[in-house]
Write a protein that binds this ligand. Sequence first.
Ligand code: COA
Ligand code: AMP
Length: 624
Amino acid sequence: MGEYEDIFRASTDDPEGFWLRAAEAIDWHVPPTRALDGSRPPFYRWFPDGELNVCHNALDRHVEARGDQPALVYDSPVTRTQRTYTYRQLRDEVARFAGVLAGLGVGRGDRVVIYMPMVPEAAIAMLACARIGAIHSVVFGGFAPKELAVRIDDAAPSVIVSASCGIEGKRVIEYKPLLDKAVELAEHKPGKRVILQRPEAEAAMGPDDVDWADAVAAAEPADCVPMRATDPLYILYTSGTTGKPKGVVRDGGGYAVALAWSMPNLYDVGPGETIFTGSDVGWVVGHSYIVYAPLLAGATTVLYEGKPVGTPDAGQYWRVVAEHGVKSVFTAPTAFRAIKKEDPDGEFARQYDISGLKYLFLAGERLDPETHRWASELLGIPVIDHWWQTETGWPIVANPAGIELLPIKPGSPTRPLPGWDVQVFDTSGRPVEPGTDGAIVVKLPMPPGSLPTLWNDDERFVASYMSAFDGYYLTGDGGHLDEDGYVYVMGRTDDVINVAGHRLSTGGMEEVLASHPAVAECAVIGVADAMKGQIPRGFVVLKAGVEVDEEQLRAELVQLVRDQVGAVASLRDVAVVPALPKTRSGKILRKTMRGIADGADEPVPSTIDDPAVLDALRPVLRRA
Ligand code: COA
Ligand code: AMP
C-alpha cells in the first residue's frame, strides 16, 4: 500500500487525531484540546477551544527565522512594476494598515469589504483585517456596481477598501466611480472608504474617502489579537442558482490548519520555495493560494497583475517562473488554452529558463484532455488537475504530489485528499456503481477549512447543501468514480456555470434579462466554448404585442448584463425566440437545451409539454 493510502486511511480511521497532529503546524495562543465539535450537525466546528491569529501565523512568526526572505513578489507587466516584500516588510506594512483600520473604528467581528485590483495592497488589507479580528469580504473587481451593492448589503461592512483603478489588459478601469455607484445603490451605508490612489487614474476623493498613503503614514502599527479558531476570518460571496450570492463563511483555525497541510503535501512547496498562482484575490483560489497558504508555509508567493496573454505576450507566465524561481504554478485551464492559442509550439517557453518549475496545478473548471496533453508535452513535468470549490476552501480531490505522485488519468483530478469522503449518489440517495454518473457528495463532517455556514443564513446553508441527502454535503457537481477510486467531475448539476474559471449564475443573468420591459420570459444556459470552457447564451421570449428592433434589443440585453452583473459574465449571444421548451409543470428544459447546443444526442424528456417548441428551437440552439 502506498504512502497516500496510509495517510488517507489515517484521516478516516482517526480524523480527530489526524487533524490535531496537522494543527501542530500552527502557532496557537491557546492550543486546541479537541479537534471537532459535532454536537449540532450539520453545523460542525473545528478546534472549538483553540485560539490563534491567522495573520500572526502568516507573517509575524516567520519574521525571526526568515525576516529577510521574500514573502510576496508583486509582478505587474501592465504597470511595468516589480516589488518584493520580505516577511519583515510585509508584516510592518500589514501592521500599519491594521492600525489605519483600527483608527477608523474597525474591530473584532466588524466586516471590511475589499474591492481591489491585483495589487499587493489587496493582500495587505486582507491580512490587516485578520490581524485585528475583522472579517474581510473581497469582491472581485470584474463585478458591476449592482453586484458589489448586493454584497455590501449582505456583509454590512463598516469600512470599504478600494483603489482608484485597475488595469485590464491595455485598458485602465476606474474603480472609484463603480464603488461610488455601488454605495449609492446599497441600502447599508458603510463609514469610510480607504482608497489606494494609482498613478494610472487618480480618483476624485469625497468627504468619506481616506487616502491610503496618507492614512498609513499617520497610523500606529496594530498588534495581532487572539481569535477563537471558530471565529470567521472572511466571507467570500459565490454564485448560487439565484441572483443572490451565497456568503461562504471561513473560520480561521480550520482553514489555517488545512492550508498549512496542503502546501507540503499537495503543492510540494515548503519554506523558502516559491509558488505562483495565476488567479485573482477576488476568488477562493486567490484567497487560499495567492495569500494565505504560501505565507502560512513560510514560502514566497507571486502576486501577478496581468493576463496570461496580451500583457504583452504569451510568454509572461514563463518569464515569471524564470525570474522568481517558481517551483509550482497554479492556474485555471483557460489560461493554458489562451497561451496555447497564441503560442501553439511553445516558442515563448523556450526563451526562458524554466528548469526550476516542478509542477503545474490546474483547477477552477474541467481540465480537457487536450489541454492536459499539450501542457504535459510542453513542460515535461506533472500537470495536476485538482477539484474544489469556494465552499470547501481547499482541494477535495487531487494528486497529492508532495506525498507521492499517483498515476495520472487525464480527465480525472485523481483521488480524494485526506478528510474528504467522496461518494456518488443517484437521485434517491443510493451510492451508484463505479462508472455510473450521479451527484457527487461528501460525507459529513467535512474536514477543516470547509464552510461552517453561510453568512447570516443558516437556513440557506442547510437548504442548499445539507438537505438533499441527510448526512452528506451536496457539491452541486455531477460525475462518477472509477474502479480505482478516481473521481471524474463532469459538470454542475445546477444553474452555475464556469466562464474562464469564473463562477457565475445563469439564474442571476436571467433575472437581469427578465427585467427588460420587452421580455416576457427567458433562459440562460452555459454552452461549451473552446477558450473559456463555457460561455452563457441567452434566449428571450417577447411580451405579446411588443414591437422591437431585434438587433437593438439584443444589444440592450447584452449591455444590461454587462452593467448589472459585470463584463466578466461574457454574455454576448442573446436570441429572440417564439417560445421556450417546458415540462408540463412549466419548468424550462434548460438541461435539454444545453445538450442540444453542445451538439449532444439529447433525448426529448417524457415530461415535455409541447415537443414542437423544442423542434423549432433546435436550429437556433445548434448554431455555433
Ligand atoms: N476588473 C475589471 N474588469 C475585469 C476584471 C477585473 N478584475 N477581470 C475581467 N474583467 C473584464 C475583462 O476586461 C473583460 O472585459 P471585456 O469584455 O470588456 O473585454 C471581461 O471582464 C471578461 O474577462 P476575462 O474572463 O478575463 O476574459 P478575457 O477575454 O479578458 O481574457 C483569459 C481571457 C483566458 C486570458 C482570462 O480569462 C484569464 O486570464 N483567465 C485565467 C483564469 C483565471 O484567472 N481564473 C480565475 C479563477 S482560478
Ligand atoms: P469556485 O467555487 O469558483 O472555485 O468554482 C467551483 C466549481 O468549479 C466546481 O463546483 C466545479 O464545477 C468547477 N471546478 C473546479 N475545479 C474543477 C476541476 N478540476 N474539474 C472540474 N470542475 C472543476
